[in-house]
Design a binder for this molecule. Structure first.
Ligand code: PSU
Ligand code: MN
Length: 306
């Protein structure tokens, strides 16, 4: 495994000492936000995790090597390269590594690497899901299958309404993945703090979430946990503007015949353009909010393990 995986010394030491570590993904840097906001946000995420008392580990593939805990220069490299870096999910990992390419890991890819490294908590913006129109396109994110099998707890801001929220919930239910609401019973919708749908269980503290995670894995129940953390209301986007932007972006995607792994980056970019950057500001705010919560859950988890 050492041929493939390089864990930076700070992260390695924290893992050995059972100190809290939070994984951070890199597709959000390369494909989710424009340069230079992407790099600024990635560094702010790391600072937020530290401030909350955990060690951050941003994960990507550089020249075919999986790096757990990127340097600032490596974050800058991925951020500047943007969409020329390969968006890497489970399917893409062996290709990117064996061809010694640079790869940005999605939620699915980051979960796989986190599990290999022994990291149990991961903060991001939003997870992939069942796309609108999936009954025709069959576009269902590999993130969902990963959540079904890989033992990592993913803290996100809910499910973006570029996706089909109820179908995504159904898929996760079938796969046995709990969808938790942090201090909310309404499923957050990424840029918006609420939606018409409900989470499975509302939990009030990071300790309660950590206890649930420990219980699931102690019982040998394979798979992940989705923690949804609503964007703070004051920073939440205007619902009408977001709805209109998503409708327009979906139409543009159909017209341009975009499909497969290009869909999600295309939609996010169009929504940011149409909302004049409002969606980007909301995106940055919610990711930082998730970093803090993931660090608190990780701390609570490792406190119980002592
Ligand atoms: N949601 C965001 N920003 C992102 C993504 C999701 O707000 O950048 C990325 C994540 O890396 C997620 C991926 O895993 O998009 C899902 O892509 P797909 O739908 O192709 O599985
Ligand atoms: Mn897809």
């Amino acid at each position: 495994m050492r041929d493939y995986l390089k864990i930076n010394p700070e992260v390695n030491e924290a893992l050995a000492r059972k100190q809290p570590v939070v994984a951070l993904e890199s597709t959000i840097i390369s494909h989710g936000m424009p340069y230079p906001e992407n790099v600024k946000t990635a560094l702010a995420c790391e600072a937020k995790v530290r401030e909350a008392g955990a060690i951050p580990a941003t994960i990507a593939i550089i020249d075919g090597k999986i790096i757990v805990g990127l340097t600032v220069a490596e974050i800058e490299l991925i951020g500047q390269a943007g969409e020329t870096v390969v968006k890497t999910s489970r399917r893409d990992l062996p290709y990117v590594i064996s061809n010694k390419l640079n790869g940005a890991l999605t939620v699915s890819g980051t979960m796989i690497v986190s599990a290999l490294a022994g990291i149990k908590f991961f903060a991001t913006g939003g997870i992939g899901g069942v796309h609108r129109g999936a009954e025709i396109t069959m576009d269902i994110s590999a993130d969902l299958e990963e959540l079904a099998h890989t033992n990592v707890c993913v803290v996100c801001a809910g499910i973006k309404s570029i996706l089909d929220l109820p179908k995504t919930l159904e898929y996760l239910e079938t796969k046995g993945v709990p969808v938790l609401g942090y201090q909310t019973d309404s499923l957050p919708a990424f840029y918006l703090s609420t939606s018409p749908y409900k989470v499975n269980y509302q939990l009030k503290t990071p300790q309660a979430i950590a206890q649930l995670a420990k219980t699931k894995w102690d019982l040998g129940l394979q798979g992940g946990i989705v923690v949804t953390n609503p964007i703070p209301k004051a920073l939440s986007a205007d619902p009408e503007l977001i709805d209109q932007a998503i409708d327009q972006a979906l139409k543009a995607m159909q017209a341009a015949k975009i499909q497969g792994k290009e869909s999600t980056p295309f939609l996010l970019k169009r929504v940011a353009e149409i909302t004049g950057g409002q969606s980007l500001q909301a995106n940055i705010a919610l990711v930082l909010n998730n970093c803090r919560l993931a660090a608190e859950i990780a701390k609570a988890y490792w406190n119980m393990e002592d």
